[in-house]
Design a protein around this ligand. Structure first.
Ligand SMILES: Nc1ncnc2c1ncn2[C@@H]1O[C@H](COP(=O)(O)OP(=O)(O)OP(=O)(O)O)[C@@H](O)[C@H]1O
Ligand SMILES: [Zn+2]
Length: 676
């Protein structure tokens, strides 16, 4: 870090077609915030940049579906995302948006400069056009079958099932996502960044000069570079985005992945008039925090754009994370399979740090990881509450009880005391080392070791017993515990800023400088504040409610994905008329003994009173059905079922989830009325 004067920390711009979920947080925003808070504590100059990515096809599609404008969509989600980040303590210096005036001007000028300098190639090609909609079908406007995995709903730019990036013309049987029509190919002109020309330079810069990048990032770059780079179109035929600022490009906008990373620059420009210092001075260290699907854009395409311009610095590191899954399934905005940050903040008020803790302790740093609510509960109850919270609580309560809430004077130190105190700077050092190499899980684990150390020290020294015989010794013990507690308030701050603030209030202390951590941070005689609980136990019922919510989503998704069974072959009217269907009234009902599904019904069919055995016992109780009018096939050949002869069949509608419901007349009719 030493050769740099300042830090420019960017986070992937969340796409403004939905709120932020725990995957985004674990992959990008929580680690970035930890890193930034740490740098600030070390006294570094930092600009922490965020903002919403507000262009691109998914936003226009969503707007069309809802019958609103794309601007309405991005306004809605920009606000939800910005507010929820703030409440979680993601401490951006600016949270901007790519629909801003600054961004339109800057990204437009960026393109124009490269265009004027001849850095693009111009190409006409055949692209899909929807005659009925009167527009070209860029990216997600076109869907079809993936040539790699057979997924029927692959998009024109990517198959989400197998992750392959595609060209629209690769799709099998493509259709327009707007009208469902079969599109035609039509000629259109676009500008391409000739990535192939940057290949040699990129190989040198990444594969030789940045061997220290995380293996997952380095590996993905290497595979892209080894496969050879192709010119990449940086414009699209769309009307939502930054217009292409040259003649003959009417109706075209910049490709969303061309303008989005420039959003980091325009956000910095909105933050400070000295933005060029952050972007153009080689003494700035730039770090991009992103998830794995953004690696190619931040390690290859954006650097090539910056290089083409020539006046910008390049990232020093891109510590991309792998993906977080939820209860065994890929998190998905469109399938609503997510824990949404804005909902969490309402459902778990005051528990921001619990989420920050769990997402860091379980971060997908080297491989995809799974978030489960059970793990969330366990980490809260047996780590935050039982270790950190418990240590703080015992220390503060005992000090209040024995020493009138004042830090007691220390006596002579035992070897054990000295060892424990000597551990503090060592733990701090290990935390620093992990943070500086983007190992946030290890850093948090190490920070928790300080709380573990305190807990163990208390358990070993047992001040609650010693107090009966040696008050002087207890003074020393609690003095040491209070030193550890005060250190924890600083060491934990990058990870869990809210509880650190709370702890400082409990102890009535100011922020302790990062560099001052160690023994002697809190003087004897200092009066503590009013103690409370740092963390609270989370009950089973709370967790079950969250699990139930996910189960409901799963069920809704299953229902939505079920297609109606295909139509049967045609029959003649006479075939239909052979069936004698009547309205009957159920007059008695009981479950058939030793079966789960069967119910024995007595039905008044208008013709007679008869017994019918029906497989409805899992869907209705006998009490519920008595008195109901139902449709009965009365001329079905009688058949014994579990020793009872069933004389006919009750018609049931079977829902996609397998539940059954009666087909009943919508007003009462006389039993025996014919159904046809
Ligand atoms: N499940 C996840 N785990 C880790 N990182 C993620 C996850 N989902 C998204 N990210 C990262 O969060 C950042 C912002 O994501 P973006 O808004 O582009 O959403 P996305 O990838 O389209 O997600 P979704 O499809 O769930 O909306 C990106 O860098 C992305 O890689
Ligand atoms: Zn596929």
């Amino acid at each position: 870090m030493s050769k740099f004067k300042r830090n420019l920390i960017t986070t992937a711009l969340p796409y403004a077609n939905g709120p932020v979920h725990i995957g985004h947080l674990a992959g990008v925003y929580v680690p970035a915030d930890i890193y930034v808070r740490y740098l600030r504590k070390k006294g570094e100059d930092v600009a922490f940049i965020g903002g919403s990515d507000e262009h691109g096809v998914p936003i226009t599609i969503k707007a069309q579906k809802e019958g609103v404008t794309p601007q309405d969509i991005v306004d809605r989600y920009h606000k939800i995302i910005k507010d929820s980040f703030e409440e979680l303590g993601i401490s951006f210096d600016i949270y901007s948006r790519t629909s801003s005036k600054t961004h339109h001007e800057l990204s437009s000028a960026f393109f124009k400069k490269l265009y004027d300098e001849g850095k693009f190639i111009e190409k006409t090609s055949m692209q899909f056009y929807d005659e009925k909609a009167g527009q070209f079908l860029a990216d997600r406007y076109i869907v079809g079958k993936c040539p790699h995995c057979g997924n029927e709903r692959a998009y024109g730019d990517q198959c989400e099932a197998c992750g392959t990036s595609l060209n629209a013309t690769d799709l099998i049987d493509p259709v327009s996502a707007i009208t469902g029509n079969k599109p035609e190919l039509k000629e259109t002109k676009h500008w391409y960044l000739p990535l192939d020309q940057y290949e040699g330079w990129l190989k040198e810069w990444i594969l030789e000069e940045h061997k220290e990048w995380k293996p997952n990032v380095y590996g993905q770059c290497k595979s892209w570079l080894d496969n050879g780079l192709q010119p990449r179109a940086v414009t699209r035929d769309l009307d939502w985005g930054v217009p292409v600022p040259i003649e003959g490009a009417e109706g075209k906008v910049l490709y969303v992945w061309f303008d989005a990373p420039i959003g980091y620059i325009s956000a910095t420009k909105d933050l400070t008039p000295e933005w060029e210092k952050y972007w153009k001075d080689p003494e700035t260290r730039m770090i991009h925090f992103i998830g794995k699907d953004n690696i190619v854009f931040h390690c290859i395409i954006f650097p090539a754009m910056l290089k083409a311009d020539g006046s910008y610095i390049l990232p020093d590191n891109v510590p991309a994370n792998e993906f977080l899954n939820l209860e065994g399934d890929k998190i998905s905005t469109s399938r609503n399979w997510a824990v949404w940050l804005h909902e969490y903040l309402v459902e778990f008020p005051g528990k921001q740090d619990v989420l920050r803790y769990v997402l860091t302790a379980n971060a997908p740093e080297t491989k995809d990881n799974d978030f489960t609510w059970k793990d969330f509960q366990t980490r809260n109850n047996s780590e935050l509450v039982a270790i950190y919270g418990n240590f703080i609580n015992r220390t503060l309560v005992l000090t209040q009880k024995y020493f009138a809430n004042r830090v007691p004077e220390r006596g002579e130190l035992t070897d054990y005391d000295k060892e424990v105190l000597a551990e503090i700077p060592q733990i701090v050092e290990r935390v620093e080392k992990s943070l500086e190499t983007f190992h946030f899980r290890d850093a948090l684990k190490e920070a928790m070791n300080l709380a573990r150390l305190g807990n163990k020290y208390l358990a070993d020294t047992e001040p609650w017993k010693v107090i009966k015989t040696d008050e002087g010794r207890v003074k020393t013990i609690l003095n040491i515990c209070l030193q550890i507690s005060a250190n924890l308030s600083t060491l934990m701050e990058p990870f869990m800023p809210f509880s650190s603030q709370k702890l400082r209030e409990f102890m009535n202390i100011d922020v302790i400088d990062w560099g001052k951590m160690g023994d002697g941070v809190i003087p004897a005689g200092h009066e503590l504040g009013e103690a409370g609980l740092l963390f609270e136990k989370i009950e089973d019922a709370t967790i079950q409610a969250q699990i139930d919510k996910l189960l409901a989503t799963k069920k809704a998704n299953e229902m939505a994905s079920v297609k109606a069974a295909p139509a049967k072959e045609n029959i003649q009217y006479e075939d239909f008329m052979k069936m004698d269907i009547r309205v009957g009234t159920i007059i008695a009902a009981e479950k058939v003994a030793k079966t789960k599904k069967l119910m024995k019904l007595t039905v008044d069919t208008g013709i007679d009173e008869r017994t019918i055995v029906s497989g409805i016992a899992e869907h209705y109780t006998p009490e519920e059905v008595i008195g109901r009018q139902v449709s009965v096939l009365v001329n079905l050949e009688p058949k014994p079922l579990k020793g009872i002869v069933s004389q006919g069949m009750i018609l049931m509608a079977e829902n996609a989830d397998g539940t059954l419901s009666f087909v009943s007349p919508d007003k009462e009719v006389k039993p025996g009325s014919e159904v046809r």
